[in-house]
Design a protein around this ligand. Structure first.
Ligand code: NAD
Length: 425
């Protein structure tokens, strides 16, 4: 008999909400993670990052995270792997975290266990895991051990709701694995959809990549509209309005650890420029586009610039793969007098891996004091009101607002336009 029903290996942004949600429905779940700060926070009853809905659950201390798999994984009926799956700097899947996990777990696997791969993986990775286990252990997958790929499809910030509302895909090569995974996830998900390894892997990638392409199209249309002197928001509204065959997305910075990398897991198999690469190129170009297009209206050189928001998306504290550092580097190239960054979801200073030193995180009012232009880099709640206040006191300030937080359907405007103040244009 196993002591735990589930052990989650890698209890980060995906693994921790899953573990807590399993505990919430009465599953005896535990976790293993290498990150000491994360373990200390959770074991002390605190969320290590912003993910609404889990504060009470984590405070109950029913979900414990262990430093080592020793005695934990071998004592768990199911093992769910949710470690990171980045790309190498080149367009190439980086399997090292998965390989390291397997290496660390191989002596802990036990007969009859269910192994679930939940990280987003390149096509063929679950088959690789199956072969790896069969080479490095005495077990035959499907007979001694069960193996299923069950992708995570939540969006950060809504994990609590989506773990209970999204259908769960369970992909395996045999019924025993699919059924066992389906039974476990059936405690959370409203619907279980059973398929094979490759289909399950592709479903997850297609979900993310199609979103990524949709946003790239929206960003390209924003670029085209500006080239023609047209307004992207008005054009989009008219194109979508009561027209059943168009669903144009909003332009905006499109990045984050999922959307920015997942295209590469398929694109690496194409020798030529393709639609996925073009989408990547377009989304990666948006910071340069904002800087170039704002400079057609007002100089950045020798001015004071504020950047609002640093995270990769709205109302999160996750800066991984955010496009904002890239935007800041483009602004720096114009040699402004000062560049002030502010994000109330982050501590001061901001520790950004690609920066040579920690970045000062300004209080928002200080960041906006006496500035000449503002980039709204993330659409955090409240920025629209802040800009309206700015418009009253400093109407001439130029704003690049790809997220339309100002609500006047323009990417580039002067703050006074938000409150009907006269501006020089
Ligand atoms: N973040 C999201 O919203 C999201 C949504 C869907 C899918 N995914 C996918 O889920 C996977 C995990 O993403 P994440 O955002 O949770 O990453 P994360 O970096 O927040 O979490 C991964 C955790 O794994 C731990 N870890 C790494 N190697 C380990 C090992 N050998 N043993 C134990 N722990 C180890 C790390 O310390 C970290 O805490 C990725 O494949 C990602 O693409 C993420």
């Amino acid at each position: 008999m196993f002591e735990y029903e589930v052990c989650i290996v890698g209890t980060g942004r995906v693994g921790l909400p899953l573990g807590l949600s399993l505990v919430d429905v009465g599953v005896n779940a535990t976790g293993v993670d290498l990150d000491e700060n994360l373990r200390n926070a959770v074991n002390d009853g605190r969320m290590p990052f912003h993910e609404p809905g889990y504060d009470e659950l984590v405070a109950s201390k029913k979900f414990k995270i262990h430093k080592s798999a020793d005695g934990i994984v071998s004592n768990s009926a199911a093992v769910i792997i949710t470690v990171g799956t980045p790309l190498h700097n080149h367009i190439e899947t980086d399997l090292s975290q998965i390989q390291r996990v397997l290496e660390g777990l191989k002596t802990h696997f036990r007969k009859t266990q269910l192994i679930i791969l939940r990280s987003t993986v390149a096509p063929g990775t679950t088959t690789y895991v199956k072969k790896w286990i069969e080479r490095h252990t005495e077990f035959t997958v499907g007979e001694d051990l069960l193996l299923c790929f069950c992708p995570e499809r939540i969006a950060e910030g809504v994990a609590y709701k989506e773990l209970r509302s999204l259908p769960q895909i369970c992909g395996s090569e045999e019924d025993a694995s699919r059924d066992a995974a389906g039974e476990l996830f059936g405690k959370l998900a409203p619907e279980i959809m059973k398929t094979d390894f490759i289909t399950a892997e592709l479903v997850k990638l297609f979900n993310n990549i199609s979103r990524y392409i949709n946003f790239a199209v929206a960003n390209q249309f924003a670029l085209i509209a500006d080239n023609f002197g047209a307004n992207i928001y008005e054009t989009r509204r008219l194109a979508n309005h009561d027209y059943p065959r168009c669903n144009l997305a909003m332009p905006g910075f499109t990045a984050g650890t999922c959307l920015r990398k997942d295209f590469g897991m398929i694109n690496e198999w194409s020798a030529y420029p393709d639609m996925l690469l073009s989408a990547w190129k377009m989304n990666e170009f948006t910071p340069a586009m904002l800087v170039e297009q704002l400079m057609e209206r007002t100089p950045i050189h020798d001015t004071k610039v504020a950047v609002l928001g640093f995270t990769f998306k709205k109302d999160t504290d996750d800066i991984r793969d955010s496009l904002v550092p890239k935007l800041c580097r483009y602004i720096h190239r114009q040699l402004p007098l000062e560049l002030r960054i502010t994000d109330h979801h982050l501590a001061d200073p901001i520790d950004e891996p690609s920066a040579s030193e920690p970045i000062k995180n300004w209080a928002i009012n200080d960041a906006l004091e006496g500035v000449d232009c503002v980039f709204v880099a993330t659409n955090h709640t409240g920025y629209g009101d802040v800009l309206k206040e700015l418009g009253k006191t400093n109407p001439e300030v130029w704003v690049a607002d790809i997220w339309n937080v100002g609500g006047i359907d323009q990417i580039y405007y002067q703050a006074g336009q938000l409150v009907g103040e006269k501006v020089s244009q």
